[in-house]
Design a protein around this ligand. Structure first.
Ligand SMILES: Nc1nc2c(c(=O)[nH]1)N[C@H]1C(S)=C(S)[C@@H](COP(=O)(O)O)O[C@H]1N2
Ligand SMILES: [Mo]
Length: 447
């Protein structure tokens, strides 16, 4: 019975001191660039700047023939010492973290992705955030079955083997919980980007297009308006999905980043619903029913609704609107020196492609276009980078995305003007990190 709604208590709680653990505090160092005139730099200047970092050869730890470290003089470890490769032991702090006190039980809870330490656009599977309503289950794939019933000619049941013999697709998509950034509705509740935005991950998903399976079962296209997706865990997770989404780009997926989906992510089968909030990505998928009206399941009729300022609830708000966040420098980090920094972050849109990302260092007064790094794929997180020189002043770092529909990510005050502050879900406001004169970076909210 531990089907708790997301963060019902969390979003109004102030940040306890215990959030700030030393292992969360990453330091960034840079070497000084004293040319005042450089100011905020465009991409073309980046190579000139990079030439200014590092030090001239002279130090005791410089690689040279007298200074040979112990690892250069030994026989290394055997192949397959780790039959399944693991990160370096020096990376032991880069882990998923639970927000202390956020939920009453660890089974109906969240572990957040350490976005502050991620590169590029793929989240390593072991760092994909976790959100379970009733704990995760370790399903024997040989005993798992997937059924399609409802408004179809032939109700069908598939084994994993049967599904994996069918034509497959591989697509990169972000998965964001609708409650991501929920804690920011009321106040700047948590100190790091891991907790403000870490219910976000990006993966390559492999599986059978749902449209193909529905066609195979003989979907009644004249009557079908919705599907219901159901999970095999104890949470009775069921969600209504529009037939347009179901027939468009949904995937009945068994693969994640080149291997079978991890148990925490729904092994052996999960629904991928690109652009739509995480709760609809039903894990441990066991059944899809085709229907002609919304099912009003518990996780959509009373939970996952948006309480509006007039006291009405918005239901079935599925799409994750365009959003972005600077992941470094970000809350809890410290700039060790003045000078050049590569400001980096992520942008995404449930409606399409990231078209433009802008960065401000003065709380939104002046905006500068960031570089989009790598391919900008539909409904996938996109990396952006921005060259910035910090001269020791107080700065208010923000990022703002524009997506392929022309939609521009709102400032927090603009979002609240429409939505009020009583929501839990769908907070896509611009995030502000304040860099203090000491170099410390903090989560703040502007007027
Ligand atoms: N069967 C089942 N599916 C589920 C859930 C669940 O508890 N049970 N949680 C949902 C929610 S609220 C989210 S945000 C995503 C989280 O997916 P992840 O744990 O792979 O990050 O799965 C969704 N699918
Ligand atoms: Mo979620």
């Amino acid at each position: 019975m531990s089907d708790s709604s997301e963060h019902t208590q969390g979003h109004v709680r102030p940040a306890p001191e215990s959030f700030i653990k030393p292992d969360l505090v990453a330091s960034i160092s840079a070497h000084g660039i004293d040319d005042e005139r450089r100011g905020l730099l465009k991409g073309a200047f980046a190579s000139a700047l990079v030439a200014m970092t590092g030090k001239a050869v002279a130090g005791e730890s410089d690689p040279n023939i007298v200074n040979v470290p112990e690892w250069s003089k030994i026989l290394g470890k055997s192949v397959a010492t780790n039959p399944y490769g693991l990160p370096s032991k020096y990376e032991a702090n880069i882990i998923r973290r639970q927000s202390p006190g956020l939920t009453q039980t660890d089974q109906a809870s969240v572990a957040f992705t350490p976005l502050q330490s991620m590169f590029g656009m793929i989240t390593p599977s072991g760092l994909h955030f976790e959100r379970h309503h009733q704990g995760w289950v370790d399903i024997d794939p040989s005993r798992h079955r997937f059924m399609i019933n409802g408004l179809v000619k032939t109700p069908m049941v598939f084994t994993m083997e049967e599904l994996m013999r069918m034509p497959s697709v591989s697509r990169m998509h972000f998965l964001e919980c609708g409650a991501n950034t929920a804690l920011e509705w009321g106040n700047s509740a948590v100190p790091t980007v891991q907790y403000t935005h870490g219910m976000l991950s990006g993966s390559e998903w492999t599986g059978v297009p749902l449209s193909l399976l529905l066609e195979r079962a003989g979907i009644d296209l004249a009557k079908a308006k919705y599907i219901l997706a159901e999970g095999a865990d104890g949470s009775s997770m069921t969600r209504t999905i529009n037939i347009e989404n179901a027939l468009d780009d949904c995937i009945v997926a068994y693969g994640q980043n080149g291997e079978m989906i991890r148990p925490e992510q729904g092994y052996p089968l999960r629904l991928v619903v690109p652009g739509v909030q995480g709760v609809s990505w039903v894990k441990w998928l066991r059944r899809i029913e085709v229907g002609d009206q919304p099912y009003a399941a518990k996780d959509e009729a009373s939970h996952y609704v948006d309480l509006m300022p007039d006291g009405m609830q918005r239901q079935y708000t599925a799409i994750q609107e365009a959003k972005s966040v600077i992941t470094s420098p970000s809350g809890g980090q410290k700039l060790m020196n003045q000078g050049y920094y590569c400001v980096t972050g992520l942008a995404w849109s449930g409606r399409g492609v990231v078209k433009k990302v802008e960065v401000s260092a003065d709380g939104g007064r002046n905006w500068h276009e960031a570089r989009i790094e790598g391919p900008a794929l539909p409904k996938m997180i996109t990396r952006f980078n921005f060259d910035w020189v910090w001269k020791g002043e107080e700065a208010l770092l923000q990022s703002r995305v524009t997506d392929s529909t022309g939609y521009v990510q709102p400032q927090r005050t603009e979002l609240i003007a429409v939505r009020g502050t009583r929501s839990i879900y769908h907070n896509n406001a611009i995030q502000t990190w304040r860099v203090n004169q000491s170099g410390e970076v903090e989560n703040v909210q502007l007027g």
